[in-house]
Design a protein around this ligand. Structure first.
Ligand code: C2O
Ligand code: CU
Ligand code: CU
Length: 498
């Protein structure tokens, strides 16, 4: 049902004040929506395979009272269900494209055969269907899935094509962390959006926005604006997913309480790391434990001065001043008391030092050339005309950048000569951060990761397991997870040979 356009516009005369500037007093008095929890989807077990079906489809969501926003979602209006699988499972996920444009679904963080990866090569045409079948061979972790359509990833994810994928294993079932989904194990999909006067999503409007990546002024968590979580238990595990196109977050609690980081993208850390603030780039995931035994109400916030919002080109242009943003209000007043022993060892890692890697095998420089930027502003980003590049090359879907051999550990060196911070992501692997500018990685990023922040003039060395699958034809991607950068060519592809 479409609302009469004129009536709609008339009704939105007060929009800006209502929607976006109502922080502070007004905002704190307004009704808060309870945090929605994406529905759990565990598939149907048939012939030894867990079968799933995802339909990419159009939807409509009332993010704000009286305003219907046109969205995209999987099996629903916005985002998708949380797929839950177990290590050792064989899964088959059928994807149907009910959109009028091409799409793909990529399983971010998954180690799997290249043709099942859902990157730009596994394109699904409108009304088309694609089935991804693979075995879960990796440890328990919080993964996610999202559109990876060639040149269209940014806008499709922005409109809603993303969801969570949780892997369980023996360890995660026995380690003693909160694990009741939606009760004390809470996923938080964090995204920023802008809305226009009519209540519709507004994507990159002007060129600098494309260059810097889309930053919205309104935060959504699991698709809800400024929600409240009424905690049911006094110890919560929060699965933090930065599913934003470009915004970095610096998360922390307003009352200054600390929390424990227990997992990164690829699974558990060796030991919990106590922090008060945690920085997350687009594509990164962390799991944290927060103690609410004091039964207080506390705001999870993102503090400014992080990523590209307050410094780098965006800060220089004064586009998006250092902003603190409310993420989630947690009310622990009626949280049930639970007893849990404190866990000191979560996982046992290989002896990294003993692994034979040889020399640095790949070296990358993330680039935003000034000339390239100018060109990018004029052209529509095409096959190779993007403004972003890695080692002087913009993404070319017909060109394989390099190959590696399977079952190896490689050292990749990621440099950044651009004026921005980039989250660098590699498909089909969970890697180990070896160093930052020669110094040890931050304690909370010493576990397995698939996305790593690379700041200006920084060199990050990672050790990449190349995995057991080989395929000389079908490549995997590596790219900046600022989706506008990816779409504009800060991406490459490699094949794994036997
Ligand atoms: Cu989450 Cu290649 O992407
Ligand atoms: Cu990925
Ligand atoms: Cu980037």
């Amino acid at each position: 049902m479409k609302m009469n356009r004129r009536k709609f516009l008339a009704a939105t005369a007060l929009t800006p004040a209502l929607l976006f500037l109502s922080r502070g007093a007004v905002a704190s008095k307004r009704y808060r929506q309870e945090l929605p929890i994406p529905e759990l989807y565990e598939g149907k077990y048939r012939n030894g395979i867990k079968q799933f079906r995802l339909n990419a489809e159009y939807g409509e969501v009332e993010f704000f009272n009286g305003y219907k926003t046109e969205t995209l979602g999987y099996n629903g209006n916005y985002l998708g269900p949380t797929l839950r699988v177990r290590k050792g499972d064989r899964v088959a996920i059928e994807v149907n494209n009910h959109l009028a444009e091409d799409t793909t679904v990529h399983w971010h963080g998954m180690i799997l055969p290249a043709r099942m990866d859902g990157g730009p090569h596994q394109n699904i045409i409108p009304r088309g269907q694609w089935t991804s079948e693979f075995k879960i061979i990796q440890s328990a972790a919080t993964l996610f899935y999202h559109s990876h359509a060639h040149g269209q990833t940014g806008q499709q994810v922005y409109r809603g094509l993303a969801g969570l994928l949780l892997i369980d294993d023996e360890k995660s079932e026995q380690v003693g962390l909160p694990k009741d989904y939606g009760i004390d194990d809470i996923p938080l999909v964090i995204q920023d959006r802008d809305f226009d006067q009519g209540g519709q999503f507004s994507y990159v409007g002007f060129m600098p926005e494309r260059m810097i990546g889309k930053h919205g002024k309104t935060l959504l968590v699991n698709g809800a604006y400024s929600p409240i979580l009424k905690a049911k238990r006094n110890k919560l595990r929060l699965r933090l997913v930065n599913a934003s196109n470009a915004r970095f977050y610096n998360l922390g609690f307003e009352d200054g309480r600390s929390f424990k980081v227990v997992a990164s993208e690829g699974g558990f850390l060796e030991n919990p790391v106590v922090l008060k603030r945690l920085e997350m780039g687009p594509g990164e995931r962390y799991e944290i434990l927060v103690d609410l035994s004091d039964r207080k109400t506390v705001m999870l916030k993102s503090y400014g001065n992080v990523g590209n919002a307050s410094h780098g080109p965006m800060g220089m242009m004064g586009m998006d001043k250092d902003m603190d943003m409310d993420v989630l209000l947690i009310d622990a007043e009626s949280a049930e008391k639970t007893t849990s022993k404190s866990i000191t060892t979560l996982a046992k890692f290989p002896d990294w030092m003993a692994i034979k890697t040889g020399n640095v095998s790949q070296q990358f420089d993330l680039q935003m050339g000034m000339m390239g930027m100018m060109r990018g502003m004029m052209n529509r980003m095409g096959k190779s005309g993007g403004m972003m590049s890695i080692n002087d090359k913009s993404f070319d879907i017909d060109h394989i950048n390099f190959s590696v051999r399977k079952n190896q550990f490689e050292v990749w060196k990621i440099g950044n000569s651009s004026p921005m911070v980039h989250p660098f992501h590699i498909h089909n692997t969970q890697f180990k951060v070896l160093s930052r500018n020669g110094n040890p990685a931050n304690p909370f990023e010493r576990g397995f990761k698939d996305t790593v922040i690379v700041s200006q003039n920084e060199i990050v060395e990672v050790m990449v397991p190349t995995g057991p699958y080989s395929d000389p034809q079908n490549p995997y991607m590596y790219h900046c997870h600022i989706l506008e950068h990816e779409d504009a060519g800060m991406m490459g592809q490699f094949v794994v040979k036997s």
